[in-house]
Design a protein around this ligand. Structure first.
Ligand code: FAD
Length: 305
């Protein structure tokens, strides 16, 4: 129930205004977000690279409700990708993007076109793009868009969500040579008709998806902080004879940093999802919802203590 309340709070413009302006809110955000601008993202990506960690950088912009807003988001990604190349980070830093940021709700065709622009800019910068998965109403659109993009930019990756009942089958479809697939549990409220609700069912689905990906030719990106699933992934990778460079772990910036360091020291590629931008409130609230014990942060931010 607390999780639902925090998720509801993540969509409140009034709370966003309060928390974004409260000094404590900004302090908490610094734990999970690189900063407001591209320079902050590049600085933190370089620091993480020096520690042996790769990154996938995402811009947290305002909700995209117009065509002009979608073009602004595309231009921000082009700027980010140029800066990644200029900073010599193309080997370790890629970008993550949401079709909603590129105008999915305005015009799906526009979002597809702008996603292609971002992928082409990434190829020019010598790096890659992973398209995030959002609510289940957009799953087909994301998979279809990435399928078409891979025709021209084969390195384009996609996220899939283990909580969706369909995802094991999607993983089999995505099991193609060079196919970059990020497997995560899933972060959106979804009805029982499309998504497993019990944590154990989600975990079991995660393992089935993991098996489907690790047993085929795809490049799996195992995105979880769950100690048990990480241990299973290490075990399954050994079972399927996957060398450390043939899959990777991904975690969020600021979450389980000691585990990130441990896996990197073991020789695995560890990629940190690194968000930046001024619209960090919704992202922060979703992270706190995943760990309701830390919701006290939100309360303190609101009361400015
Ligand atoms: P959980 O069961 O939530 O957590 C397991 C354990 O990890 C917890 O017990 C706790 O010890 C620790 N932990 C987890 N979260 C936190 C936290 N915020 N603070 C402190 N400790 C924590 N979701 C999507 O729907 N679409 C996407 O495209 C997407 N991309 C992602 C990319 C990356 C790199 C990652 C890591 C996650 C992504 N997610 C995405 C979010 C994902 O779906 C989950 O909501 C999120 O990762 C939490 O699930 P978990 O697997 O870590 O397991």
């Amino acid at each position: 129930m607390l999780r639902s309340a925090i998720l509801a709070a993540s969509r409140s413009a009034r709370l966003e205004n309060l928390v974004s302006k409260a000094p404590f809110g900004r302090d908490v955000a610094r734990r999970f977000v690189a900063g407001d601008g591209v320079a902050d993202a590049i600085r933190v990506a370089a620091e993480l690279a020096a520690d042996g960690l790769s990154t996938t950088v995402e811009h947290l912009g305002p909700a995209t409700a117009t065509e002009a807003g979608a073009h602004t988001a595309r231009d921000e990604y082009r700027r980010l990708l140029r800066r990644i190349a200029e900073a010599g980070l193309s080997d370790t830093a890629e970008v993550s993007v949401k079709l909603s940021a590129l105008g999915r709700s305005v015009d799906e065709r526009l979002a597809r076109e702008l996603a292609r622009d971002v992928c082409e800019a990434a190829a020019e910068a010598g790096t890659t793009v992973t398209v995030d998965m959002e609510d289940s109403a957009g799953t087909d659109l994301v998979l279809d868009t990435v399928g078409k993009l891979r025709g021209d930019v084969p390195s384009t990756g996609v996220a899939v969500q283990a909580y969706l009942r369909r995802t094991e089958a999607d993983c089999r479809e995505l099991s193609l040579p060079g196919s970059r697939v990020r497997l995560c549990k899933g972060a959106y409220p979804e009805p029982e008709s499309v998504a497993w609700q019990a944590a154990l069912e989600v975990d079991k689905s995660f393992v089935r998806c993991l098996n489907a990906l690790l047993s085929g030719p795809a490049y799996p990106m195992v995105a979880t902080h769950d100690a048990r699933l990480i241990a299973i992934a290490e075990d399954r990778a050994r079972w399927f004879d996957r060398a450390a460079g043939e899959f990777e772990f991904q975690m969020l910036y600021g979450v389980r940093t000691a585990e990130q360091a441990r896996l990197a020291a073991e020789g695995y590629t560890v990629r940190v999802y690194l968000p930046y931008g001024t619209h960090w409130y919704g992202y922060l609230a979703r992270r706190l919802a995943e760990r309701p014990g830390s919701a006290a942060f939100l309360g303190r931010a609101l009361t400015n203590r």
